[in-house]
Ligand binder design. Structure first.
Ligand SMILES: [Zn+2]
Length: 336
């Protein structure tokens, strides 16, 4: 039942079933792969499957979704289940969270099926938090399973990496993406574009499906297509759009990343049109592209792409949002 929620990762499900059949589940797993590809969702299903108390699932890993344990995991109140992540307003997972986790794991399993912890944002463990966790990983309590969700093995401390079994999640192929689009009611005219832009990541596709994002993109491209774009007005409208994501700066930052992604995809298309010397580009952006490429040289498009990458770099390093947007818009409008 519950694995049906997981799309595109059947080989990983099969690997866990084989490990269970041989009685060889590891104590710690490190999930890696692109953002939004479904690692956290998979970790949640796996945790529930491990803790499931249904007799029907004795020989396989599968949550029944009906027993008391499954209901407790769904409610987030199972005493042997824990999920933690980096707080939205912090750059790192604080040591206090890890201490709490390790203390809880020193206690016996309350319902007798072992304990499972999911640590999201494992890339962002502070050095102290990692060291604190290491002691528990070295001598794991009996019947405990840790699932670390990160992006790549290289982002983890070697001491942590070497104690975890690595599980790689791949981007979804076109067929799996379509199944996912069906499940989430994404309209067919959006699918080709979202598949390309998301790189096979459903989470990314969902974020990019937001219609407001495409409306803003339209006004951004219109502004940049003017002979003399108004930098002040554009910065202002860009910031307003970002702030509409809510008071939470993490949400604002995410929205800014999405705008940058759409802008860079447009600039890459423009570069391709320019290099191929296409007079009449095809597709939904044909008019914008033809217009843009008539006015802007290849060198300038490359320079604009560079500035977008620089802005992404700044966003990842928590440079103040308004500052990052303003300096990007200045650079874009000066060259456009
Ligand atoms: Zn169950």
């Amino acid at each position: 039942m519950s694995w049906q929620r997981i799309i595109g990762h059947q080989p990983v499900i099969d690997a866990f079933q084989r490990a269970r059949a041989r009685g060889r589940l590891a104590h710690a797993y490190l999930f890696t792969g692109p953002a939004g590809v479904g690692k956290r969702l998979f970790a949640g299903e796996l945790a529930k499957a491990i803790l499931c108390e249904s007799d029907a699932n004795r020989d396989k890993i599968e949550a029944c979704d009906q027993c008391p344990a499954c209901a407790l995991v769904d409610a987030g109140t199972h005493p042997d289940w824990q999920a933690l992540a980096r707080p939205e307003d912090k750059n790192v997972v604080p040591i206090e969270l890890m201490q709490e986790l390790c203390q809880t794991f020193a206690l016996k399993s309350a319902r007798g099926k072992g304990k499972v912890a999911i640590l999201d944002d494992a890339d962002d463990l502070s050095a102290e938090a990692a060291n604190c966790f290491l002691k528990t990983l070295e001598e794991p309590p009996l019947g405990s399973i840790f699932i670390l969700v990160g992006s790549s093995p290289e982002r983890q401390m070697a001491t942590i990496r070497s104690r975890c079994q690595l599980v790689r999640f791949r981007p979804l192929d076109a067929e799996a993406m379509n199944a996912w689009f069906d499940q989430h009611g994404i309209e067919s005219h959006q699918r080709a574009r979202l598949t390309k832009l998301s790189g096979g990541s459903p989470g990314q596709a969902l974020a990019l499906a937001d219609p407001e994002l495409w409306t803003f993109r339209q006004s951004l491209l219109t502004a940049l297509s003017q002979p003399q774009p108004d930098a002040v007005a554009l910065s202002k409208s860009w910031m307003e759009f970002i702030e509409e994501a809510g008071k939470d700066t993490a949400a604002q930052r995410r929205r800014c990343h999405l705008v940058l992604q759409l802008l860079m995809a447009f600039l890459e298309d423009a570069l391709a049109v320019s290099l191929a010397d296409l007079e009449k580009p095809a597709g939904e952006d044909a008019v914008f592209l033809a217009d843009f490429c008539r006015r802007v040289s290849e060198e300038t498009i490359l320079a604009m792409l560079d500035r977008c990458l620089e802005a992404e770099f700044h966003l990842d390093r928590y440079v103040q949002l308004a500052l990052a947007v303003e300096s990007l818009v200045d650079a874009l409008t000066a060259s456009a």
